[in-house]
Ligand binder design. Structure first.
Ligand code: SF4
Length: 449
C-alpha cells in the first residue's frame, strides 16, 4: 500500500502571551523572552524603582508616580483557574453596576473578562457611553484611567486595578518640565498669546493621548489640543491654522512621522530634551522650527528595527508589513503601511485573501490578532517576546481584588482627576473632537469572548 500524504490543518494559535512566557521559562519553548522575570507575578516588582520586566524596564519612573500597596496574599497565591473563577463570580454578582475595559495590549487572561476592548480613546468613549455603570474597571495604564475619569460622569468611579501600571512614555513628559520648557520658549518667541500679522501665535502645544491629565490640562490652558495616533495629521493641520509652530509631546516618533508625511523637513523639527538648556537646540533651530519634538518614546515600539523588516521580507516573500507610528522613522519608512492599533486590526480583518502579515506593535495584540484570524499568517516583527511592562502589571489577581472589593462595597484604587486640571484637559479633548467629527474615531469593540 502506498503512503498518502495528509495535509493537516494548522494548529490554532494560543492567544496567551503568558502561556508562551511560561513555556519559555520551563524549557518547553525555544523562543526567547526579554526577561524571565515576566513569568512571576507583578507584585514582585510593585515596590521596585523600575517599571518591572518587559519593554520599559530600562526607563526611569519619575519620583511621585503612584505606587501600589501589597496585594493580599490570597490573590498572589491563587492559581490562574481560581482567579478566573473569582473574577467571573464577582462580575456576575455586580452585573451592570460594573464595566470592565481592556486595552488592546492587555494580557489575554484579563482581556477575556472585558466588556469592551480597544485603544485608550475608544475605551474612554465606551465609559462615556455607559453612565449607568457605577464603576469602570480600566485594565490599561494610568493615563487611560485618567482620560476615562475626564469623560465619565462624576458619580462613576474609575478604577485602575494596579496603581503601578503607569506608562513610561507618558511619564517622560512631566508637568514641571513642560512648564519650564514653555517659559524658555517664551524667552525666544516673546508673548506666547500674541498673534503675528498672519494671526498665528508663536506655538500651539499638542499632546498625544498618551500623557497625564496634568499635561492635557496644560495644553487646554494654552490654546492647544490632544491627538491620537489615528488623527495626528488632522490635529497638526488644526494647530498650523492657529500657530506658527507646534510643541509636540511626549512621543517624538509619532510627531516626526506625522509631520514628515505632511512635508515638514527634519531640519524644521528640532528635539527638546528637558534635561538640557533650551532643550539642547539652538535659538536659530527653534526660530526656524515648525514642530518641536519632545524627547519621549515608547519602549515597546522602539524595539522594532529595519533589520527585522528585511528579515521578514527575505523569509516571507509577499509579506505585508504594518507598523505603529510610535515606531522610529526608519522603521515606518521601511514598512508597507503604518497606522494605529485600530488601523492594524481593520487592515487584517479586511484582507480578502489569506495573507502573511508582519506587525510592529505590542505582542499581546499581535498574538490575539493571529488567534482571531486563522485564515492569515500573522507574526510580530520582534522575535523576542517582550510585552509592555506596565500593561503587564494588570494581572488577574489585581482584577479579582478590585472586583471583590466592589462586591463588598469597597472602591479600591479609584483614579480621580482634580477639577482644576480636569476642566482645561476636557477643553483640549473637546478641541480634538471638533477638529475631527466624533463619528470618525472608531468605537471600542464589544468583547465577544
Ligand atoms: S505600549 Fe508604550 S505607550 Fe503604550 S502603555 Fe506601554 S509604554 Fe506606554
Amino acid at each position: 500500500m502506498s503512503a498518502t500524504s495528509l495535509t493537516l490543518p494548522p494548529l490554532p494559535v494560543d492567544p496567551s502571551i503568558d502561556h508562551e512566557i511560561q513555556a519559555i521559562v520551563s524549557g518547553a519553548s525555544t523562543a526567547e523572552t526579554c526577561n524571565t522575570d515576566l513569568a512571576a507575578g507583578p507584585w514582585n516588582f510593585d515596590d521596585r524603582p523600575g517599571y518591572g520586566p518587559g519593554s520599559s524596564m530600562g526607563d526611569v519612573i519619575p519620583v511621585g508616580s503612584p505606587r501600589q500597596g501589597e496585594l493580599p496574599v490570597e490573590y498572589r497565591e491563587a492559581s490562574p483557574d481560581e482567579l478566573d473563577a473569582r473574577v467571573r463570580a464577582a462580575k456576575e454578582k455586580l452585573g451592570g453596576r460594573v464595566m470592565i475595559l481592556g486595552h488592546f495590549y492587555q494580557r489575554e487572561e484579563v482581556v477575556r473578562h472585558a466588556d469592551y476592548v480597544g485603544d485608550s480613546f475608544q475605551l474612554a468613549n465606551a465609559a462615556k457611553a455607559h453612565p449607568e455603570a457605577e464603576a469602570i474597571v480600566f485594565c490599561g495604564v494610568h493615563f487611560m484611567a485618567e482620560t476615562a475619569d475626564l469623560l465619565s460622569t462624576p458619580e462613576q468611579a474609575v478604577i485602575l486595578p494596579n496603581l503601578a501600571a503607569g506608562c513610561s512614555m507618558a511619564d517622560m513628559a512631566d508637568i514641571d518640565q513642560v512648564e519650564e520648557c514653555w517659559e524658555q520658549l517664551a524667552e525666544i518667541y516673546g508673548d506666547m498669546d500674541a498673534p503675528d500679522a498672519d494671526g498665528l501665535v508663536p506655538v500651539i502645544p499638542v499632546t498625544y493621548m498618551n500623557s497625564s491629565a496634568a499635561i492635557k490640562g496644560f495644553v487646554g490652558r494654552h490654546g492647544g489640543i490632544v491627538c491620537t495616533s489615528s488623527n495626528a495629521q488632522t490635529v497638526l493641520e488644526w494647530a498650523f491654522e492657529r500657530g506658527r509652530r507646534v510643541l509636540f509631546f511626549p512621543d517624538q516618533h509619532l510627531g516626526r512621522n506625522t509631520a514628515k508625511a505632511m512635508g515638514v523637513t527634519l531640519e524644521q523639527m528640532p528635539m527638546w530634551n528637558p534635561r538640557k538648556p533650551l532643550g539642547g537646540a539652538s535659538a536659530g533651530e527653534l526660530e526656524n522650527a515648525r514642530v518641536i519634538l519632545w524627547h519621549g518614546f515608547c519602549s515597546v515600539h522602539r524595539r522594532f528595527t529595519v533589520d527585522q523588516i528585511e528579515k521578514a521580507r527575505a523569509e516571507h516573500p509577499g509579506v505585508r508589513v504594518i507598523v505603529h507610528p510610535e515606531c522610529p522613522m526608519a522603521v515606518v519608512d521601511a514598512a508597507d503601511e503604518s497606522g494605529s492599533t485600530d488601523y492594524i486590526r481593520r487592515a487584517i480583518e479586511g484582507a480578502a485573501e489569506p495573507t502573511t502579515f508582519a506587525i510592529g506593535t505590542e505582542v499581546n495584540l499581535v498574538q490575539r490578532l493571529a488567534a482571531d484570524n486563522p485564515q492569515h499568517t500573522i507574526f510580530c516583527l520582534d522575535p523576542v517576546v517582550c510585552p509592555c511592562s506596565t500593561m503587564y502589571r494588570i494581572h488577574p489577581g489585581y482584577l479579582a481584588w478590585v472586583l471583590e472589593g466592589l462586591v463588598n462595597g469597597e472602591v479600591l484604587n479609584r483614579i480621580t482627576v482634580p477639577q482644576d486640571v480636569a476642566d482645561p484637559a476636557r477643553l483640549a479633548l473637546e478641541r480634538m473632537l471638533a477638529a475631527k467629527p466624533p463619528a470618525a474615531p472608531a468605537s471600542a469593540w464589544e468583547n465577544a469572548s
